[in-house]
Design a protein around this ligand. Structure first.
Ligand code: 7TS
Length: 411
C-alpha cells in the first residue's frame, strides 16, 4: 500500500457510521459522487464563517477576501491539471454544464450540415444528449466509435471515421464510468488534430483517479466535476486552450460576463469571466481548491496506485463467483470500477440486498443507456466503484454480500 488508508479514512467523518443496525457503511459508490474529507468540510465552514461576500463587486474587506479565495482556488485547479494559463479554467456547476457550454457555444458557432462529430458508444449521457440536441437543430452528423471485444475503444474504427473527412470534433470520455476503460486521449488528440478536428475530453472519472496533464494530453477542451474528487457538489470545471475559449461566444448572459452594456448591445468580459455569468458558486470553488490541496497532499500517483491495486483485487475476487459476468476491460486499461451482472438476480435487487448489508453500490444504466442497451444488450448492471478510502476488506464484504444474494435467489 502506498497510502496509509486507515489514516485517510480518519479524514472522512461520514465513513464511520452504521447504516443499518450492526452494519457499518461500506461505501462503494464514489463514481456517482465521492465523500468529503474533513479538510474540505472545514474549508467550506471557514469560508462561510469568516470570508463570505459576493466576488468581483465590492471594495470592502469581505468581498476582497471572497474574491481572493475564489481566484486562489482557480490557481490550484490550474496547477493540478497543468493548464498553461489561469484564464483557461472556467468554473461551471458540473461536467454536464461544462459539456453543454461546449456544445452550445463552440458547437453552435462551428457546426453545420455536412460536418461530423465523433463520439463513442461508451459515453455518459452528458457527452451524448447535448450533441444530439444540437444535431437535431443544425443537421450535422454524429458518428459513434464502437468497442472492441476486450471493451476498449475501437481505434481502427476511430481512424476510419477520421479518414472519411469533415470531422470537426472528437469528443470522448477519458475514463468510462461503467467499465473503467481508460481511453488513450493523448493518441486520440494527435489523430484528431492531424485530421483538422478539435479534441474534447470528458474527465469526470479521470481527474479523481489519475494525474491529468492537459498540456501533455494536448486536448482542446476538457470537463470534470468537483464532487467526484472529494470536493463539494455544485462546482465543475471547463478547461480550454486560451485561443479556443477566446474564439467561443458566451454561453449565458448576465452580470460579470460583460465588459460594457448599452441599450443597443453588449461586449464581453475577458477570460475566464466571459463564461461565468451571475453570482458563481463561491464557497464550492473554495471547496474544490481544498479538495485539490487534499489530493495533491496525498499524491495523485499514490491515489492511482491504490485504485489500481483495489480494482485488480476486486476483479480477481469477483471473477471467482460462479455465473458472475464482469463488464471491465483487462488491465492496464481500467480504472476505479467493478461492474457486473448475475444470471439469477436483477441489478436493482442485488443493490438492495447489498444495501441491507451496509454496502452502497449503484444499479441501473449509470447514464450510459446506449452502452447497456445497444452494445451489451442488457437493461442494467450493478457497479461497485472505489476510491482512496476503500480497502480490500471492503471488497471482501462486497463478495460476501454477492454470495448472500446468490443464496437468496437460488433457494
Ligand atoms: N461524464 C462521466 C464520465 C460521468 O461519469 C458523469 C457522472 C458525468 C459525465 C456527469 O457528471 P455530473 O457531475 O455533471 O453529474 N457519472 C455518474 C455516475 O456514473 N453515476 O452517477 C453519476
Amino acid at each position: 500500500m502506498t497510502l496509509d488508508i486507515q489514516a485517510v479514512r480518519q479524514d472522512f467523518p461520514i465513513l464511520h457510521q452504521e447504516v443499518h443496525p450492526g452494519k457499518p457503511l461500506v461505501f462503494l459508490d464514489s463514481a456517482a459522487s465521492s465523500q468529503k474529507p474533513r479538510q474540505v468540510i472545514d474549508a467550506l465552514e471557514y469560508y462561510y464563517t469568516h470570508s463570505h461576500a459576493n466576488v468581483h463587486r465590492g471594495l470592502h474587506v469581505l468581498s476582497e477576501a471572497a474574491t481572493d479565495a475564489y481566484e486562489k482556488a482557480r490557481d490550484k485547479v490550474q496547477k493540478f491539471i497543468n493548464a498553461a494559463h489561469r484564464e483557461e479554467i472556467i468554473y461551471t456547476r458540473n461536467t454536464t454544464e461544462s459539456m453543454n457550454l461546449i456544445v452550445q457555444s463552440w458547437g453552435r458557432a462551428n457546426l453545420s450540415q455536412g460536418d461530423v462529430v465523433i463520439l463513442s458508444v461508451m459515453e455518459h449521457h452528458a457527452n451524448l444528449v447535448p450533441w444530439q440536441m444540437l444535431a437535431a437543430e443544425k443537421g450535422f452528423t454524429i458518428r459513434y466509435v464502437p468497442l472492441c471485444d476486450d471493451k476498449t475503444l475501437n481505434m481502427d474504427a476511430l481512424k476510419a471515421f477520421l479518414r472519411e473527412g469533415n470531422v470537426k470534433a472528437v469528443s470522448l470520455t477519458h475514463v468510462s464510468n461503467v467499465m473503467g476503460t481508460v481511453n488513450p486521449l493523448k493518441e486520440i488528440a494527435a489523430l484528431a488534430h492531424e485530421a483538422g478536428a478539435i479534441t474534447i475530453g470528458d474527465g469526470a472519472q479521470a481527474v479523481p483517479h489519475m494525474k491529468v496533464d492537459v498540456q501533455d494530453l494536448d486536448v482542446d477542451l476538457y470537463a470534470f466535476s468537483g464532487h467526484k474528487m472529494c470536493g463539494p457538489t455544485g462546482i465543475g470545471i471547463l478547461y480550454g486552450k486560451q485561443a479556443i475559449l477566446d474564439a467561443m461566444p458566451p454561453f449565458m448572459g448576465g452580470g460579470d460576463m460583460i465588459s460594457r452594456v448599452t441599450l443597443n448591445g453588449s461586449t464581453w468580459n475577458e477570460l475566464p469571466y466571459k463564461f461565468e455569468a451571475g453570482t458563481p458558486a463561491i464557497a464550492e470553488a473554495v471547496g474544490i481548491g481544498a479538495a485539490v490541496d487534499y489530493l495533491s497532499g496525498l499524491g495523485m500517483e499514490n491515489i492511482h496506485a491504490h485504485g489500481q491495486e483495489l480494482v485488480e483485487y476486486a476483479h480477481d475476487r469477483l471473477a471467482e463467483i460462479p455465473g458472475l459476468t464482469l463488464y471491465n476491460p483487462d488491465a492496464p486499461y481500467r480504472s476505479g470500477v467493478a461492474t457486473f451482472t448475475l444470471p439469477e438476480a436483477h441489478a436493482h435487487d442485488i443493490a438492495q440486498i447489498l444495501d441491507s448489508e451496509g454496502i452502497a453500490v449503484r444499479a441501473g444504466h449509470h447514464c450510459a443507456m446506449p452502452l447497456h442497451k445497444e452494445h451489451f444488450h442488457i437493461p442494467a448492471t450493478t457497479r461497485a466503484s472505489f476510491y482512496l478510502y476503500n480497502t480490500t476488506e471492503e471488497v471482501d464484504k462486497l463478495v460476501d454480500g454477492i454470495y448472500k444474494v446468490k443464496k437468496l435467489f437460488n433457494r
